[in-house]
Design a protein around this ligand. Structure first.
Ligand code: MG
Length: 385
């Protein structure tokens, strides 16, 4: 029994660029939990589960970053989990509550423990998460896929990449925007694909402008029927988003600003957004993500599942989350092959109708490719319990 921290570095097919960071290698922290469930399975009743920390290589999306996540895991999170003998998912949050922040690192442990627990009991993550929700409905069998497209060097490059994704079968794209690269790229994509579901994500980079000026610039996007405009202002500017929302017809969505279900409820009360991006890592885990989903559902606010350029380990779990009923907008849920030539888990295949099946096996439902893991791991450390 114990936990293993595995650091991997996967080459991206294309350099990822957004206002929240640029990288061509995905340096990630994975957690392997090996837990004992007496009486289940063969022999010792040991089952393993995997979690992926969504922190980016550098502190460019939030304060968390991969090396920092590893450090806080080794110094604080692992000792807390070992001390408490935590072996069930419900106990993870209380065991780690004494550590402030570091939601993405905490979420990786929660995901690994949950995966092990569900693999032991033979239950699917989608069914488990739906069971945790107050919104009574069965999980969806499949979810509409979506692809996020990073900042490109030119309009031509952008249109070529969107064309490639549409040809692959994606029905929703998310474009990264920033001051000076907003109306033109959105107009170019909308003109060529009038029926495509298009989101725009600013990663907070209009926050330096006075609200009136940001509102004036961003109101130009209203002509292009975006499904939502994500996080135009800074992480902590809830009041600014509420004011900006009054200038725009395009629905505002928040991402970086929402680090907990409480933050989601506050933002909705003030009118700062009418759409919510849920990322389990940013919220501190899948259980908190379900709570945020329920809060939005009660207020009839649609949600979607955001991505962090993750491997198949996280994307399989995200598909389970996105099978909940209020994930009514397509998220950043792309198929195997979108980011990495070789992935660590899968396959997650894009079907002809533009959907991806929610994995059907126990736990996250996909096997981890141990050979690929060996090939791309840069460090491994085992903590026995
Ligand atoms: Mg975002």
């Amino acid at each position: 029994m114990g936990f293993e921290l595995v650091r991997v570095s996967l080459p991206l097919i294309r350099t990822w660029a957004s206002a929240a960071g640029t990288f061509s290698q995905r340096d990630s922290l994975l957690v392997r939990a090996v837990l004992r469930f007496p009486g289940l399975g063969n022999g010792a009743g040991e089952f393993e589960g995997w979690g992926e920390c969504s922190a980016l290589p550098g502190p460019t999306f939030s304060a968390e970053y991969t090396a920092g996540a590893q450090d806080v895991s080794e110094r604080y999170l692992l000792p807390a989990l070992m001390r408490d003998g935590t072996a069930c998912v419900a106990a993870v949050g209380p065991a780690l509550a004494g550590v402030k922040g570091h939601n993405m690192a905490k979420a990786a442990f929660e995901a690994a423990i949950l995966d092990a627990e569900l693999r032991a009991s033979g239950a699917r993550m989608a069914d488990f998460l739906c069971g945790q929700s107050r919104v009574g409905a069965a999980p969806a069998q499949s979810v509409v896929a979506g692809v996020a497209i990073g900042l490109t060097g030119s309009l031509g490059e952008l249109v070529d990449e969107v064309a490639l994704r549409v040809e692959e079968g994606y029905r929703r794209v998310k474009l990264k925007v920033r001051p000076g690269w907003d109306t033109e790229p959105v107009a170019a994509v909308r003109e060529r694909w009038p029926a495509l579901v298009v989101f725009a994500d600013a990663n907070g980079c209009y926050g330096h402008l006075p609200i009136g000026e940001a509102g004036e610039r961003l109101a130009r996007l209203d002509a292009y029927e975006l499904a939502c405009l994500e996080q135009p202002l800074g992480d902590d500017d809830i009041a600014g988003h509420a004011e900006l929302a009054r200038h725009l017809r395009t629905p505002l969505c928040l991402d970086e600003a929402l680090s907990s279900p409480v933050a989601v409820a506050s933002a909705l009360r003030t009118g700062a957004c009418s759409v919510v991006n849920i990322k389990a890592g940013r919220m501190g885990g899948y259980l908190e993500a379900v709570r945020a989903h329920d809060i939005c559902s009660e207020r009839r606010v649609p949600v979607w599942c955001g991505g962090m350029v993750e491997t198949g380990i996280a994307r399989a779990a995200n598909l389970a989350l996105a099978s909940l009923p209020n994930f009514s907008l397509p998220g950043d849920l792309s198929a195997t092959g979108r980011f990495f030539a070789t992935d660590l888990a899968g396959p997650l295949s894009l079907r002809r109708d533009g959907t991806i099946a929610v994995p059907d096996g126990p736990g996250s439902g996909v096997p981890v490719d141990l050979d690929a893991l060996k090939r791309f791991s840069t460090s491994r450390r085992w903590w026995a319990r």
